[in-house]
Design a protein around this ligand. Structure first.
Ligand code: MG
Length: 367
């Protein structure tokens, strides 16, 4: 009998985590769940535990060490959002456990450290994010690839005016036309900062210079990203916009199964695919992310922390959508970058930048 893959999920109660369990449910004979870790939703974690019968569950950050030190795991899906994903991922890598990575902060905050450690320990990092998963699927011989082309849906404000975007409500920002995701990432998709963070992730995952990573707006979200080979040949990965597909790819790699597939892909049904240049005047976040990436060191951790705090303030009704960029930009410009930081220095920058951003927002809008 085929050996079951032993898996744990960090962030099982979140958007990616619950969809991962839907994938695993369809592939029950392929997986054995070692542990499920949830953030706050105790009730859902208990339900998942009863249904999927993991060896153990963990609630909150404290128990994550146990999972990452548990060498019984073949693979850990890091599906939580936020910086709490970083330390457990590094620990699991040190223990030689492969990672299916959905957590953005891991690479944005500490991509150099994480990728160097993965190389040292012979650990595979399989991206779950649809764009990076697409590139991962396209690349056969990375040395022959000239350029990565990351697609962006453009979010809910793609064809709105800057004025409309400036006055957008939380509800409008959360109404993403293609993807159903968590609140923070949905706001990042509305400002396009999500694309900026993905450029930084792509740089680390695939080792490409920032000048060789392009962004193209593709509102239908059918082409999930592409690569261009030296000879001008372009390979793209297509599929219906469902996170189930990249999640399944990442946790079953290199095998493929029918699993979650619900219907066959039809070009005729889709009928058309549109592409356009990103409007960097309207979405300056992407340029800022390129800048942070090129500077390197703690610049990307700073960008991430300032942006996240500003997004939270927007979700709390404290600032306007456009002010997310303005605040992030200001905090970023004042940051004194540390090159080749240690992991502790990165966390310290993260802590300080968050504090600074929160204080700035308080002064900025003292209600
Ligand atoms: Mg994505």
């Amino acid at each position: 009998m085929e050996k079951k893959r032993k898996i744990s999920i960090i962030g099982s109660t979140g958007s990616i985590g619950t969809q991962a369990l839907e994938v695993i449910e369809k592939l029950q004979n392929k997986f054995e769940i070692i542990a499920l870790a949830g953030g706050h939703n105790k009730e859902l974690l208990e339900k998942q535990s009863q249904k999927f019968k993991p060896k153990y569950t963990v609630l909150g950050e404290e128990g994550l060490d146990r999972i990452c030190n548990d060498k019984e795991n073949d693979i850990i899906l890091v599906a939580c959002s936020g910086k709490i994903g970083l330390k457990p991922t590094l620990k699991a890598i040190e223990n030689g456990i492969d990672i299916a990575l959905a957590n953005k902060e891991t690479l944005v905050m500490a991509g150099d450290i994480v990728m160097a450690s993965a190389k040292k320990h012979g650990v595979k990092i399989i991206p779950v994010d649809s764009e990076h998963c697409a590139i991962h699927q396209c690349i056969k011989d990375i040395n022959q690839v000239d350029k990565l082309i990351i697609t962006a849906s453009g979010g809910p404000f793609l064809h709105k005016t800057v004025e409309e975007m400036k006055n957008a409500t939380v509800k409008e920002a959360l109404a993403h036309p293609r993807w159903n995701m968590g609140r923070k990432i949905t706001v990042d998709s509305a400002t396009l900062m999500n694309k900026g963070l993905e450029i930084i992730e792509a740089h680390h995952l695939f080792g490409f210079d920032y000048d060789d990573i392009d962004v193209v707006v593709h509102p239908q979200s059918i082409v999930h990203s592409a690569i261009e080979y030296k000879d001008g040949s372009v390979i793209a990965q297509l599929g219906l916009p469902s996170m189930h597909i990249p999640i399944q790819y990442a946790i079953t790699y290199p095998e493929r199964y029918e699993g979650i597939k619900s219907k066959s892909f039809s070009f005729a049904e889709i009928a058309r695919l549109d592409f356009e240049k990103p409007d960097y005047e309207k979405f300056p976040t992407v340029k800022l992310a390129y800048k942070a990436g090129k500077i390197g060191g703690t610049a990307t951790a700073c960008l991430n922390a300032a942006n996240e705090e500003a997004v939270f303030a927007f979700l709390d009704g404290k600032i306007k959508l456009y002010e997310i960029y303005e605040i992030t930009r200001k905090i970023f410009d004042e940051h004194k970058v540390i090159q080749n930081p240690t992991i502790d220095e990165i966390f310290e920058v993260d802590r300080k930048i968050r504090e600074k951003t929160k204080n700035y927002i308080k002064e900025f809008n003292p209600v």
